[in-house]
Design a protein around this ligand. Structure first.
Ligand code: GSH
Length: 205
């Protein structure tokens, strides 16, 4: 039994964490939930994640939920893999910005566009401001490449890259050339290719 257990459904946001685990190369167990059958709302799982959502990660006695938090945690806990920017390094500020930017700005902007509100909220009241500004900021972030932190691939690429891959797959965000080039670079990574293949096999089983 591995020290790490991913509560998972394929494909879903827990696929982001599966990619991260494949990047780390650490052994992990899967606890697969059938979302269609509502297993995420069973009391046993609500004790793990009271939100009734995947992913959740158990590491020994520690339980972490929220994909971005899990990837941040894993990058720090297994820092030998070089996927974090450690405390004390001045680059950590930008690294954390991207880890938070994805769930708080990219995902919020994309889902608001997919499910429009009845009334247009004031820009100043929305944490992400507006969709076009979010896209422009991300494009500026990924354009220099190869990764968000330059030559170093980090957990921030797993998070932001997953949001861009998912968003473009479902036509929820524009296929800007900067996004296509960046996601193309990420898709060359053997760990992402492994995670995709493993999830496809799981979904087909
Ligand atoms: N904020 C969460 C969102 C997780 C989430 O929405 N997961 C979906 C799958 S992609 C889920 O578990 N849906 C099942 C449900 O809500 O019943 C994160 O980023 O980890």
């Amino acid at each position: 039994m591995a020290d790490l257990t991913l509560y998972h459904a394929a494909p879903s946001r827990s696929s982001i964490v599966r990619w991260m685990l494949e990047e780390l190369g650490e052994p992990y167990d899967l606890h697969v939930l059938n979302l269609m059958q509502g297993e995420q709302h069973a009391p046993a799982y609500l004790a793990v994640n009271p939100m009734g959502k995947v992913p959740a990660l158990r590491h020994g006695e520690v339980v972490v939920t929220e994909a971005a938090a899990i990837c941040t945690y894993l990058a720090d806990a297994f820092s030998g893999a070089g996927l974090n920017v450690p405390v004390g390094d001045p680059r950590r500020g930008v690294y954390l910005k991207w880890l938070f930017f994805s769930p708080s700005c990219i995902e919020a902007a994309v889902t608001d566009r997919a499910f429009p509100r009845q009334e247009e909220p004031r820009r100043g009241m929305l944490g992400y401001g507006d969709f076009d500004t979010v896209m422009k900021v991300v494009a500026q972030g990924v354009e220099p490449g190869p990764y968000l932190m330059g030559e170093q691939f980090t957990a921030a690429d797993v998070i932001v890259g997953s949001a861009l891959r998912w968003g473009m797959t479902f036509d929820l965000l524009p296929k800007r050339p900067e996004f296509v080039a960046y996601v193309g670079r990420l898709e060359q990574r053997p760990a992402l290719q492994r995670a995709i293949a493993l999830d496809q096999a799981l979904a087909a089983a």
